[in-house]
Design a protein. Structure first.
Length: 233
């Protein structure tokens, strides 16, 4: 028996064998937003964002998604990946994070609910910090990243942040002959002047994406660096 969310994984990872079952998680679509405490209880089958069968600009592509519903309440997730058509459970249980070394969606997960191999519901809550330290050996962390091996994930409770925009710049340039206004040298060991090393670029930008096209005919790199900007109510 295999379970599927948005079907973002490789086919052999989610397609059940001929004598097995493939269970779609679509009906696990609960979204219960607690605005006062800035958190949401969300079902495993809820998509983070757009549904690719619709046009990207079509409102129907976003309605019912977690990002859409949170935004209506002035809230957001602290971090996302480059795409958003995955389900909440698929994104989290695969250990996905997003383009930042500062904000960690994993730190915002407060509770996870599963159905174990005996068909019994089990809940696991994030352990409290003790003297500023977290017990990462707690079973909660293993459940969140279990890819369903410990049971079928059905629900998360996630801490949210006030909604925000990202404001930044994008630059694409050749790998060898960097332009005078280049702000990243992908293979430099250290920062030189205004041209940042890969490590420093990630540190100095709240959110960042790095692209590399190594083909001889292309031989280019690209970078996107951005910062949060609060949305005034």
């Amino acid at each position: 028996m295999l379970f599927s969310g948005a079907g973002h994984s490789f086919p052999h990872a989610i397609n059940a064998p001929d004598d097995g079952y493939l269970v779609q998680m679509t009906n696990f679509n609960k979204i219960d937003i607690d605005v006062e405490n800035s958190q949401v209880i969300v079902g495993a089958g809820v998509r983070l964002g757009n549904r690719p069968e619709y046009s990207y600009n079509d409102t129907a592509a976003w309605e019912g998604s977690l990002n859409y519903e949170l935004d209506k309440c002035g809230l957001a997730l602290t971090n996302l990946g480059s795409i958003s058509h995955q389900t909440v459970s698929g994104f989290i249980s695969a250990g996905s994070t997003g383009p930042t070394t500062i904000h960690d969606l994993g730190e915002a997960i407060m509770r996870v609910r599963i159905i174990d191999g005996n068909g019994e519901p089990q809940e696991f809550t994030r352990p409290e910090d003790v003297d500023g330290k977290v017990d990462y050996d707690d079973e909660f962390f293993g459940i969140c990243l279990s890819m369903g091996l410990c049971g079928i994930i059905t629900e998360f409770t996630i801490k949210c942040v006030p909604t925000f925009n990202l404001i930044g710049t994008t630059q694409t340039c050749e790998l060898v002959d960097l332009p005078d206004d280049a702000n990243l040298d992908l293979f430099a060991d250290e920062t030189k002047g205004d041209v940042l090393s890969y490590q420093d670029y990630l540190i100095q930008h709240e959110y960042s994406k790095i692209y590399w096209w190594p083909q001889k005919q292309v031989a280019r790199s690209g970078c996107e660096g951005s910062q949060r900007r609060a949305i005034r109510s």
